[in-house]
Design a protein around this ligand. Structure first.
Ligand code: TMP
Length: 211
């Protein structure tokens, strides 16, 4: 990407961590700084990738194995990168994406036990060295996250239906990534009130605007 390319920001965390609310607030704050911003999400973000999202989240008629699930996540990601993320960044637009490959590492890797090596190979194939400029990890206890997610909607998807131990492994997986890549991944306390969380998030991005 050229020097005037947009920045790529991702939001990560377990269910109910408040990523969507924060994405909205970040979008507003970045636009107020005069930046072009595209909010998007994974799996999904383009019409075709959103169709893959539906298949991945719904309780379909047949089981999806852990490896198949990972491959479908990367298939949706490849479409999203080609048709939305790369063109936006090249055009100078900042992309704020709700989840990316760290979610595959945490959910399919730590949660489901898919080989980390395999995930890294797929990541290399699908996006090479295009990693987020910054990742905000919204961390909170699993119990609080799941309670919030259940308050938000009456029906649960395939991931929300997993037991507490699964979500504990996902949370631990995320914290391990943050520990390994402290420059890119910043941990934010997702239990903080929304306004404070948004302020902290902007502080964690402050070095990216370069003024
Ligand atoms: P969302 O509910 O935060 O929009 O995310 C949809 C679900 O997809 C969430 O439960 C996490 C899961 N997911 C994975 O398991 N692996 C991935 O790579 C991504 C992007 C999401």
């Amino acid at each position: 990407m050229s020097a005037d390319a947009g920045k790529f920001i991702t939001l990560e965390g377990i269910e109910g961590s408040g990523k969507s609310t924060l994405a909205g607030a970040l979008g507003q704050a970045l636009r107020a700084r005069g930046l072009a911003v595209q909010l998007t999400r994974e799996p999904g973000g383009t019409p075709l990738a959103e169709r893959l999202r539906t298949l991945l989240l719904e309780h379909g008629e047949e089981p999806i194995g852990a490896r198949s699930e990972m491959l479908l996540m990367f298939a949706a990601r490849a479409v999203h990168l080609d048709n939305l993320i790369r063109p936006a960044l090249r055009g100078g637009t900042w992309v704020v994406c709700d989840r990316f490959t760290d979610a595959t590492r945490a959910y399919q890797g730590s949660g489901r036990g898919v080989s980390g090596e395999l995930i890294e190979q797929l990541a290399e194939m699908v996006h090479g060295d295009l990693w987020p400029d910054r990742t905000l990890l919204l961390d909170l206890p699993v119990e609080q996250g799941l309670a919030r997610a259940r308050r938000r909607s009456a029906s649960t998807d395939r991931f929300e239906d997993e037991d507490r131990r699964f979500h504990e492994r996902v949370r631990a997986g995320y914290l391990k990534i943050a520990d390994a890549e402290p420059q890119r991944v910043r941990i934010l306390d997702a239990m903080a009130p929304a306004e404070l969380l948004a302020r902290r998030a902007l502080e964690a991005l402050a070095d990216l605007w370069g003024d």
